[in-house]
Design a protein around this ligand. Structure first.
Ligand code: MN
Length: 202
């Protein structure tokens, strides 16, 4: 059974970049709904024993055909938001450090060039979805996915994600998604992103 991960900080901790009301509704209503829907879909199956949504996605072949799309949507929803809330934990470095810093500079030329590509991925995603920094094989890549599709389904490991569903920014930015994408950098905790990178590379 999957449980909603509690936020490790107060609802107002990401303000003014993301306001208290957005965080409260996004975590307590949207993220919670993915958890509840996923548990309903998995009840009675062997995957119900799993406690990690990424493990569910890695076992997607074991899900009955009529429930597969629902599980992709909701396990993706849980996994994506788990990373999102964790990478926004207040504090930490405001830019990449260590091995991840080197890898970003080698891949994209500079941190600024990476940020530009990531913002572009978020801005050009039509409708709802995510912008990602992923590890693909031994390479870093910027990609975007529609809906709640997780990069895990494509065999990629996401280490940073930005939610570009309107529920993530509409109260604070209305139609100005590019402004949200730009402000996002002020709240990313690069120590956490670096941990995700190091975990994979070990
Ligand atoms: Mn969301």
């Amino acid at each position: 059974m999957i449980k909603l991960k509690e936020l490790a900080y107060d609802y107002d901790a990401l303000a003014p970049v993301i306001g208290e009301e957005t965080v409260r509704i996004h975590h307590d209503k949207h993220h919670q709904a993915y958890v509840d829907n996923l548990n309903k879909l998995l009840e009675g199956s062997e995957l119900f024993e799993l406690e990690c949504p990424v493990e569910v996605l890695k076992n997607i072949d074991k899900v009955d055909e009529d429930k597969k799309q629902g599980v992709i949507n909701n396990a993706g929803g849980v996994a994506n938001h788990n990373l999102y809330w964790r990478e926004l934990t207040p504090g930490g470095s405001k830019e990449p450090v260590g091995a991840l810093k080197e890898a970003i500079e080698k891949t994209f030329g500079s941190f600024d060039a990476f940020k530009e590509e990531f913002q572009k991925a978020g801005a050009s995603r039509f409708g709802s979805g995510w912008a990602w920094l992923v590890i693909d094989g031994d390479e870093l890549k910027v990609i975007s996915t529609p809906n709640q599709d997780s990069p895990v389904l494509e065999g990629k490991k996401p280490i940073l994600g930005n939610d570009v569903w309107e529920h993530a920014y509409y109260l604070d930015y209305q139609n100005r998604r590019p402004d949200y994408l730009k402000a996002f950098w002020d709240i990313v905790n690069w120590d956490v992103v670096g941990e995700e990178y190091d975990k994979f590379c070990k």
